[in-house]
Design a protein around this ligand. Structure first.
Ligand SMILES: Nc1ncnc2c1ncn2[C@@H]1O[C@H](COP(=O)(O)OP(=O)(O)OP(=O)(O)O)[C@@H](O)[C@H]1O
Length: 252
């Protein structure tokens, strides 16, 4: 399959002099178009930092990241912002929604800012996405009037509005109970099956078990990788057990 994302020898540090801390230590990572990858590892191992460099949210690193044919480190901030806006979707632990807007308006806000002329079409699209992710009927609700799982579904809708090539998720299920977490992962799986690549950072073996490929990080390096095959099938418990076994083997 064609490659979507290619990170090579990414090195990233925070601080200066004696305070300097190496957070990404020559990390290389390839991801194919339509891939479904998770990144696991102990707290502080560099997972979120890796996601920020791969997605162009952080440009202060050495090494190269090529996304969809563009070398991101060589792009002007404006071009990079355009790339992020049009080809990438972001889902965080909790969506940063505005309290004074209802769910629908929060979902359409970023796209409306770009393209006010097509307000009607944008709203129609957002409503269709809300239906698709199972939050139809909640359009007019305040963000305080929905559950965490519903809010995250709305976050996913917002990320899908630009029809991105990839969704980056930084602990997208981190604020949810295990049932809602699995429902959100099922949704991301469906979105992936429709062709969007998904890269999620998670602490949860059952979340990683939903993806097709798991990368394990330790001390700023990818130390192991697991690709699910026919052997595990779709059985989530077997897949999660395989993830946990690998974590025990590598001591994380
Ligand atoms: N803006 C920053 N300034 C200084 N140090 C930072 C900054 N962001 C992260 N770090 C440090 O970089 C290291 C890696 O952080 P990162 O958030 O990537 O880890 P993580 O694996 O995602 O952790 P967690 O699972 O706890 O979210 C940590 O030691 C963290 O303290």
């Amino acid at each position: 399959m064609e490659q979507l994302l290619d990170g090579k020898e990414i090195v990233k540090s925070y601080g200066e002099g004696r305070e300097k801390q190496l957070v990404l230590d020559h990390v290389s990572l390839e991801m194919e178009r339509g891939g479904f990858v998770s990144v696991m590892g102990p707290s502080g191992s560099g997972k979120s930092t890796l996601l920020y460099t791969l997605s162009g949210m952080d440009s202060d690193y050495s090494g190269t990241v090529v996304f969809d044919g563009s070398t991101m480190s060589g792009l002007k901030e404006e071009t990079l912002a355009d790339l992020r806006r049009t080809k990438m979707g972001f889902v965080f632990q909790q969506p940063a929604f505005l309290k004074n807007l209802n769910l629908l308006d929060n979902i359409i806000l970023p796209v409306m800012r770009e393209n006010r002329k097509n307000g009607k079409a944008i709203t129609v699209k957002a409503r269709a996405l809300m239906k698709k992710v199972g939050i139809e009927g909640l359009e007019e609700r305040d963000i305080a009037q929905v559950s965490g799982g519903q809010l995250q579904r709305a976050g996913i809708c917002r990320a899908l509005m630009s029809e991105p090539e990839i969704i980056f998720g930084d602990e997208p299920t981190g604020a949810l109970n295990s049932r809602s977490a699995q429902e959100i992962m099922e949704l991301l799986k469906e979105i992936n099956e429709e062709g969007t690549a998904v890269l999620v950072v998670t602490h949860d073996a059952k979340v990683a078990a939903k993806t097709k490929r798991v990368l394990f990080m330790q001390d700023g390096k990818i130390v192991s990788e697991l690709v699910f095959g026919k052997e595990e099938g779709d059985d989530l418990d077997i897949r999660a057990e395989k993830v946990m076994r690998r974590m025990r083997q590598i001591g994380i």
